[in-house]
Ligand binder design. Sequence first.
Ligand code: GLP
Length: 246
Amino acid sequence: MSKVIVHADKATAAKAVAATIRDLITAKAKAGQAAVLGLATGSTPLPLYAELVRLHREEGLSFRNVVSFNLDEYEGLSGDHPQSYRYFMEQNLFRFIDIRRENTYVPAGISADAARTCADYEAAIRTAGGIDLQVLGIGRTGHIGFNEPPSALDSRTRRVHLDEVTRRDNSVFFGELSLVPQGALTMGVGTIMDCRQVELLAFGTGKAEIIRKTLQTQPSADCPASWLQSHARCTFHLDPEANALL
Ligand code: GLP
């Protein structure tokens, strides 16, 4: 069963999730193991990344023993494109912490063989021992990563077509709708369900309706995030606005 925590505001939520990540990294380091983090993009995790940077700078949290896997990437964008998710991670987190670049995985937006790229991504996650903790946001279509409806419970990393609602929502970052890619590579719902722990963040009134649907309707491919209801260890971190319809 998913757990819901309503925080005073998004900064408080970000601090709580950052503390959970810090504790995981510290425990793994003590055991001589790498912590495997699943990371997300979008505006929602920005306060979380800012807090992780603060923990690194002010409290000495090291990311030398962290391996990261991002959820998704736009198809057709190279890692140095300002709207690519690789670039986003570099600008908002990686360049401020001591994570080894070779330990940071983001699906390649440009590749000769997308199916192979996706299969290799799944293999890399398995080789790393699976994801310990996955950070998630949620799109207004109910997508997690870029798993648009319909997305099956057993879907794996694959090439997907973006919903028009998502393209419009994300067009603010591109300047105009026509510049938003039509497709993406994303971890599947099954890939996300395999993560040992999931921390989903959702803030603001714009997310209230999809949070209600995600938690209060029968899990189905029509709302991919609803599959998380059956995850053994998933927490929804909301602000009061995103919680308004629960
Ligand atoms: C994108 C990402 C998702 C993210 C969603 C919500 O489409 N692929 O991982 O959760 O946007 O974005 P925001 O956090 O900006 O609302």
